[in-house]
Ligand binder design. Structure first.
Ligand code: IPE
Ligand code: IPE
Ligand code: MG
Ligand code: MG
Length: 301
């Protein structure tokens, strides 16, 4: 049953208590809205919607990435099978938009339609990003510009939409909505670069995911895209040749790539690269939001 799978995914009822997600996107909706004077209640439907959309994307993403662990538990597809997990993800996506329509209780229809449109658009862009991410698995070379385009679509678009929905809930005008969107987008870029670093060097305990899986699948995460854009060297050669193998990498190959990335300084390069979009966040006038966003990226990698 669908509801059973959704309970499993979130770790509720008989499946809990389980480690929860960080709930970053709904916090953005609520923080933007309440700091601009809206009531928390008027932002809740939009907050629920972005978190549901995010979780639907995770259910499908884990199928696409063949990841068997998320938030320290077996992924939905690895327990119920791929076909059931696709369907459960689709249902979660439907519930996303039904949840958002509940916002009619607090907002005029035109605003709700604007929010629905914005969230649907983010979903469309996210699918584009996921498609690029998968296409890159078999690419010979991906430059940093294409990497940026991919993460802007797969990750930053939903963070942007979360801030935009928060701004809508506070009835803000076009210019303020645009500015909040830009902050969410910049944060999303930094967030994904950091997620890439954690995927390679973070412990399974910290991330709740299998360490090194991005390398097994030859994903073009930031450290890899950056390493291969560097001048020729022995370490760069290791990364390039291993990625050119045309099949999932074995344990020893993953370790070799990890060492080569470390030698090249790819981890530090990622930290520097994440700091760039964060500068845009630091310039934003909303001090409360700024402090929250900076804090979420502060924990050690
Ligand atoms: C994971 O997002 C997917 C990415 C866009 C990197 P989160 O790290 O926000 O996932 P949860 O919800 O906290 O588990
Ligand atoms: C997540 O990308 C992006 C979406 C789910 C849309 P990743 O595949 O990099 O995220 P994790 O590391 O599995 O959470
Ligand atoms: Mg993934
Ligand atoms: Mg993925």
């Amino acid at each position: 049953m669908i509801s059973d799978m959704l309970f499993y995914h979130f770790g509720y009822g008989d499946y809990g208590p389980a480690r929860a997600g960080k709930r970053l996107r709904p916090q953005l909706v609520m923080r933007v809205a309440t700091s601009e004077g809206a009531s928390l209640e008027s932002a809740l439907d939009a907050a629920v919607a972005v978190e549901l959309l995010h979780n639907y994307s995770l259910v499908h993403d884990d199928i696409e990435d063949r990841d068997e662990l998320r938030r320290g538990r077996r992924t939905l597809w690895s327990v119920y099978g791929i076909a059931q997990a696709i369907n459960a993800g689709d249902a979660m996506c439907a519930v996303t938009f039904l949840a958002l329509l509940h916002a009619r209780k607090y907002h005029p229809s035109e605003r709700v339609v604007a929010m629905v449109e914005r969230l649907h658009e983010a979903q469309r862009v996210m699918c584009d990003g996921q498609s690029l991410d998968l296409e890159f698995e078999s690419a010979r070379f991906v430059d940093l510009e294409r990497y940026d385009r991919m993460i802007a679509a797969k990750t930053a678009a939903l963070f942007e939409a979360s801030c935009v929905l928060g701004a809508h809930c506070a009835q803000l005008g076009d210019e303020a909505i645009r500015t909040y969107g830009a902050v969410g987008r910049a944060y999303g870029m930094a967030f994904q670069i950091r997620d890439d670093v954690l995927g390679i060097w973070g412990s399974a305990d910290a991330t709740g995911k299998v360490r090194g899986n991005d390398l097994v699948r030859r994903k073009w995460s930031f450290p890899v895209a950056w390493a291969l854009s560097q001048p020729p060297s022995a370490a760069r050669e290791v990364v390039e040749q291993t990625y050119a193998l045309g099949r999932p990498l074995e344990h020893a190959e993953v370790s070799r790539v990890m060492d080569a990335l470390e030698t090249l300084g790819a981890r530090e390069a990622a930290v520097r690269a994440a700091a760039e979009p964060m500068a845009a966040v630091e310039r934003h006038a909303n001090g409360e939001l700024r402090a929250f966003l900076l804090e979420t990226l502060r924990e050690a990698v």
